[in-house]
Design a protein around this ligand. Structure first.
Ligand SMILES: *[C@@H]1O[C@H](CO)[C@@H](O)[C@H](O)[C@H]1NC(C)=O
Ligand SMILES: *[C@@H]1O[C@H](CO)[C@@H](O)[C@H](O)[C@H]1NC(C)=O
Length: 209
């Protein structure tokens, strides 16, 4: 695969994750009563913190490992360098989300993993299982306090906390979208912000490929 084709592939993969890019439009959460609003705010912060930790750790791992590899298909150093220059929580993590999707794009496209992905995958899966295990605790608590019930969703999160197959990665990428479809008031930051702006032709430089 030519390097220049990778951005387009990543965008189409993100697109195929259940209409991720178009469906993650902000919803109006103004109708939520005060007490549950602060509870939902608290839960969103906790979930984001856990979600971002996976992005941070995986990208750091990939950054270190790619320095030792000579793999023509692996991501360029400039993507990591560029990430370091980005400020603002949502801008930073939507860029991290995009790089994460890039690193994992062969899995989503059902192609053999390159050396970089082979090396980071085991650790990445451990991180994601931990993420689902921890997020479950917050979601169960939130459902209790807000007097709601999402048994199938919680069962899925529980299953993912023990999942070893590659579908774990895609489930992680889909999670913000799935969470919002199950509990619309728990809207995480827009992780697809960079992908959307590349898609719309707004992003320039290395991001537009
Ligand atoms: C890196 O890979 C390229 C292309 O596969 C090869 O020509 C080159 O010799 C390799 N360099 C090192 C240091 O292994
Ligand atoms: C639970 O997981 C199954 C299998 O991946 C999926 O088809 C279903 O939509 C999920 N349900 C919820 C509520 O997340």
């Amino acid at each position: 695969m030519a390097r220049s084709e990778r951005p387009k592939l990543v965008i189409s993969l993100l697109w195929s994750l259940g209409g991720l890019l178009i469906s993650l439009t902000p919803t109006d959460s103004a109708q939520i009563p005060g007490r549950s609003l602060s509870q939902s705010h608290f839960t969103v912060q906790a979930v984001e913190r856990l979600y971002n930790k996976v992005l941070d750790s995986t990208i750091e791992d990939a950054r270190l490992r790619r320095q030792h590899l000579n793999d023509s298909d692996a991501i360029d150093q400039q993507y990591f360098d560029n990430l370091d220059t980005i400020t603002g929580n949502e801008d930073y993590y939507s860029t991290a989300y995009y790089i994460f999707a890039w690193i994992n794009s062969q899995l989503m496209a059902h192609q053999p993993a390159d050396k970089l992905l082979e090396e980071i995958l085991p650790g990445e899966k451990v991180l994601i299982r931990n993420f689902f295990a921890r997020v479950k605790v917050h979601l169960v608590k939130y459902l209790q306090v807000s007097h709601q019930n999402r048994p199938e969703f919680i069962a899925n999160v529980t299953r993912l906390a023990g999942e070893t197959e590659d579908l774990l990665i895609e489930s992680y990428l889909r999670f913000p979208h799935n969470l919002q479809s199950q509990l619309p008031e728990l809207q995480l930051m827009d992780y697809t912000k960079l992908a959307k702006s590349i898609f719309e032709g707004i992003a320039t430089g290395i991001w537009s490929g």
